[in-house]
Design a protein around this ligand. Structure first.
Ligand code: KG4
Ligand code: ZN
Length: 339
């Protein structure tokens, strides 16, 4: 079965066609970074207006790249939360209308729990094995930092969550502070490569030993203090050193908590997803941590780590198979209990 996945929960308009919940035939993402960049953060009203302009062209392109038409699609998966209500409503309304027009069911998908499904996505012909259940999923994005024990495609247990800022949010705030624009995670990643990660001592907030919750607001405040201490004028080399030191502190915590989650659950595999999973240092450190822990690691291609429609289709496929269908009265959910 072909699933059309639609994602508009934040600032990316995304659509994808996925076969059997794992073979990505296409995945199109229209980024709004250029629109929100100059405001240093997402402006919800601008985000929803842009989604309205982009949703039809993006879906058309996803169908076109996959070489199919709506007649070939068996079901539609659409993010219905959590996220910005005005943004979600654009994708959700489109999905409802397309489902009625094509005479096929749609299903509402949770954005956070869709992220780990990226670990199952493959290009056609790629025979890499999927992660075995149960596996630990580390989801690190702009809005969430969560550890799950993924027990099945649609079944999971929450192991830990952030108590304040998300990892990506901390990256973005540090980048803004260093004058690197928004969103800044990828820029910090790039500059950190030439920086000295031991130049600045950022404390690692592990909370209590063994705790699987996260807290990143302290590292962010420490970065603010370092920049203030320099009187606001930061030499080029210091920017790279701060980026490297800051990144290493965040990565240390993410990796340590993932290892503790493996120890606590006895899981044999680890998957990582969310925009921060694009981070090169995190990918490197997870690879050595997984090897040391004797578990297999599944870190998807960066295009499936950051927000995309394919992960929505991947989870939606399993919901549709179970007959979990959305109705015309389904609403956008800004935040929900659990995930
Ligand atoms: O998953 P995502 O695309 O959207 C949300 O659901 O939030 O994640 C976006 C976040 C942003 O905070 C961005 O700065 C961060 O992912 N990010 C990175 C990198 N690429 C994107 N953070 C660190 N290193 C990167 N290479
Ligand atoms: Zn996301």
């Amino acid at each position: 079965m072909l699933t059309l996945g639609i994602e508009t929960s934040c600032d990316d308009t995304a659509a994808a066609v996925v076969e059997g919940g794992s073979v990505a035939l296409s995945s199109i993402v229209s980024s709004q970074d250029a629109i929100h960049g100059r405001y240093g953060g997402i402006v919800p009203e601008l985000a929803s207006r842009r989604h309205i302009e982009m949703i039809i062209p993006v879906v058309d392109e996803a169908l076109g790249r996959a070489g199919v038409s709506m007649k070939d699609i068996g079901g539609i998966a659409v993010t219905n939360g959590p996220g910005l209500v005005g943004s979600i409503l654009v994708g959700l309304s489109f999905a409802k209308a397309a489902s009625i027009a094509a005479g096929i069911p749609f299903t509402g998908v949770g954005h956070i729990t869709a992220h780990p499904m990226a670990a199952f996505l493959r290009e056609k012909g790629d025979t890499a094995p999927p992660p075995p259940f149960p596996f630990v999923a580390l989801i690190a994005s702009g809005g969430h930092t969560t550890l799950l024990l993924q027990e099945g495609f649609t079944g999971y247990r929450i192991l830990g969550q952030t108590r304040d800022d998300a990892a990506g949010e901390a990256f973005d705030k540090a980048a803004k502070l260093l004058g690197l624009g928004y969103p800044g995670g990828a820029v910090i990643d790039r500059l950190a490569r030439t920086g000295d990660k031991t130049a600045f001592a950022f404390t690692r907030p592990y909370l209590t030993r063994g705790s699987l919750d996260f807290s990143f607001s302290g590292i962010k405040t420490a970065a603010i203090n370092v920049v203030r201490g320099m009187g606001g004028v930061i030499p080029e080399t210091a920017v790279c050193d701060i980026a490297a030191s800051f990144q290493e502190a965040v990565v240390d915590v993410l990796v340590q908590k993932a290892v503790w989650a493996i120890e606590a659950t006895g899981a044999k595999a680890l998957a990582c997803a969310g925009g921060v999973a694009c981070n090169s240092r995190l990918r490197e450190r997870l690879a050595s941590a997984a090897q040391e822990a004797g578990v297999s690691l599944f870190v998807p291609h960066p295009r499936y780590c950051s927000d995309n429609g394919a992960m929505i289709a991947a989870l939606g496929y399993h919901q549709l198979k179970k007959g979990v269908y959305g109705t015309a009265s389904m609403n956008a959910v800004p935040a929900w209990d659990g995930l």
